[in-house]
Design a protein around this ligand. Sequence first.
Ligand SMILES: Nc1nc2c(ncn2[C@@H]2O[C@H](COP(=O)(O)OP(=O)(O)OP(=O)(O)O)[C@@H](O)[C@H]2O)c(=O)[nH]1
Ligand SMILES: [Mg+2]
Length: 227
Amino acid sequence: MCEETHSHQHSGHRLVVEPQQSLLSNNDHLAAHIRKRLDNLGIRGINLMGSPGSGKTALLEALIDQYPHGNLAELAVLEGDLATSRDADRINNRGVKAQQITTGSACHLSASMVAEALIGVSLEGVKTLFIENVGNLVCPSKFALGTHKNVVAVSIPEGDDKPIKYPVMIRVADIVVLTKADLLPHFDFNVERCRQEIEQINHHAQVLVTSAKTGEGISELWQELQS
Ligand SMILES: Nc1nc2c(ncn2[C@@H]2O[C@H](COP(=O)(O)OP(=O)(O)OP(=O)(O)O)[C@@H](O)[C@H]2O)c(=O)[nH]1
Ligand SMILES: [Mg+2]
């Protein structure tokens, strides 16, 4: 569960747990500053969220692989994880600058963590800044980071019921990416039903089907990210 939460009783039965309002408004304030800074620099910020292991870093690797090789300096990545710099190392190995943010026990990134990490990254010439959030299908949805688009990864092995079971995350998505499509033959994942359920929750969200392994859907994702 998200650390910075409090709980209260609703209707005598359902226990509702929400992040504290003051914490959220401080976060939103700082996120607005980050957004302004990115706008001034002409940088598009992307907040990539999804469960642990849903394929977020693999998606970034696949996006990098389809970007013109000579222009990789136009990309930068912040990597959020509880521990280790493994994801940042993976991105650096692809020739893109990446900064790891280790959150300890926090299950989401916050605007203050992003602001601090950005001190260590040169944004000169950068056009797209990806922020891979901590693997979690709930908490990151509450914390704006100053980005322009929210991308939510849902992988085929997780099951097609995840969007309807985790609507808070789908509600904030601009793009929902159904990842690991190469595994569709091995799982009972109904893409059409999943699309419909996503639309019921958030009819503005684009739904794309991708595979980092085969490259399926990656150029379509780039188009959506740049639109
Ligand atoms: N078959 C297949 N496997 C994939 C694909 N994308 C990722 N994987 C595998 O899924 C596992 C998790 O991938 P990651 O990219 O590390 O997932 P993540 O969401 O970044 O994980 P965390 O950062 O730990 O939350 C790895 O074993 C990947 O090889 C895909 O498109 N197809
Ligand atoms: Mg990762």
